[in-house]
Design a protein. Structure first.
Length: 331
């Protein structure tokens, strides 16, 4: 299948992407908060619970995995990635290796993972992956972000994308503007638009095929420590304004990260964005916590709770899919 067809399948109407690519450290922090043992086996059981939930393929087009996950097997000895593949769900893989401090730029980060990336991409493709993901983080603060930091990460995202496409994998580019801070929605909008414009300048400069690529974006929101009150309509208008000014129409789709929002806020904001469509791109979700957190709250590492947890997972997928079409009726 061509990368263009894979990209279109990932953003097919009525479906979205599950981000199950938390690093071991992030997964362990979430487990610790619920007194779940932070072990390889518990992470495996958690992922198996998600992937074996009946009917998720009706709302999930693809799942982004972590390196540990793509190598794990179910209780029956089946690779977890094959459980997804057998449901008709595309398998993706996070290929960046986290962030490090950007030298000479205090408070700013650069994403690692370009070394030996091509070799790893070929391995992941052999293991059944159809697409990849690379995340850059952009912080808002006093005199931050700098254009130099945005450009450095845009360069890395373009190189990662070019290598992914060379191997026949669809890259998801994620220039995440973080919610941490007391900044206003207007400041978030300014930074998000600038970061997107610079990213697409670099993608074009390095001849990345935009028709075989997906953008994963934050929504435009005030900082977590801000007292500013905004409605889902405010979020939708500001976010779509950024996309219209910065995202080329060649891109087949844009997927949202939940980015620190509560499950309900991420759903309501997505719903309002969808109601303002159609757009030049397909617009849907690629949520992690907004789909997983309510499920983990029920499961808590106890298999007695597994069936109920899977029911919650199905409900969260159904609600989020409804929101991706502007049809969510909840509160």
């Amino acid at each position: 299948m061509s990368i263009q067809n894979i990209a279109r399948d990932l953003v097919a109407s009525g479906k979205g992407i599950l981000a199950a690519d938390e690093s071991n450290g992030t997964a362990n922090k979430r487990f610790e908060a619920l007194s779940i043992p932070q072990t390889f086996e518990m992470r495996r059981r958690w992922r198996e619970l998600l992937f074996t939930t009946l009917g998720i393929e009706t709302g999930i087009s693809g799942v982004i995995l972590y390196d540990e996950t793509i190598r794990q097997r179910s209780d029956d000895g089946i690779y977890l990635s094959k459980l997804l593949y057998d449901k008709g769900i595309l398998v993706g893989i996070k290929v960046d290796e986290g962030t490090d401090n950007l030298p000479n730029f205090p408070g700013e980060k650069i994403t690692k993972g370009l070394d030996n990336l091509e070799e790893r991409l070929y391995e992941y493709k052999e293991m059944g992956a159809s697409f990849t993901k690379w995340r850059a983080v952009i912080s808002i603060g006093e005199d931050l972000p700098t254009n130099e930091a945005i450009e450095a990460n845009a360069y890395l995202l373009s190189q990662y994308s070019a290598l992914s496409q060379k191997v026949g994998l669809v890259p998801i580019v994620e220039p995440e503007v973080l919610m941490e801070g007391s900044h206003s929605m207007a400041r978030c909008k300014e930074v998000t638009e600038n970061a997107h414009k610079i990213l697409f300048e670099y993608l074009k400069k390095y001849r990345v095929d935009l028709s075989g690529l997906i953008l994963k974006s934050n929504m435009v929101l005030p900082g977590k420590d801000s007292d500013e009150k905004v409605s889902p309509k405010d979020v939708a208008e500001a976010t779509l304004s950024v996309f219209k000014n910065a995202v080329p129409h060649d891109v087949p789709g844009i997927v949202f990260l939940s980015g620190g929002q509560s499950a309900i806020d991420a759903t309501l904001n997505l719903n309002e964005i969808a109601k303002m469509g159609p757009q030049p791109w397909e617009v849907t979700f690629s949520y992690s916590r907004a789909l997983q957190s309510p499920v983990m709250e029920v499961w808590r590492g106890n298999d007695v709770n597994a069936e109920r947890a899977q029911e919650v997972f199905k409900m969260r997928i159904k609600e989020t899919v409804a929101a991706s079409g502007g049809k969510y009726q909840g509160k």
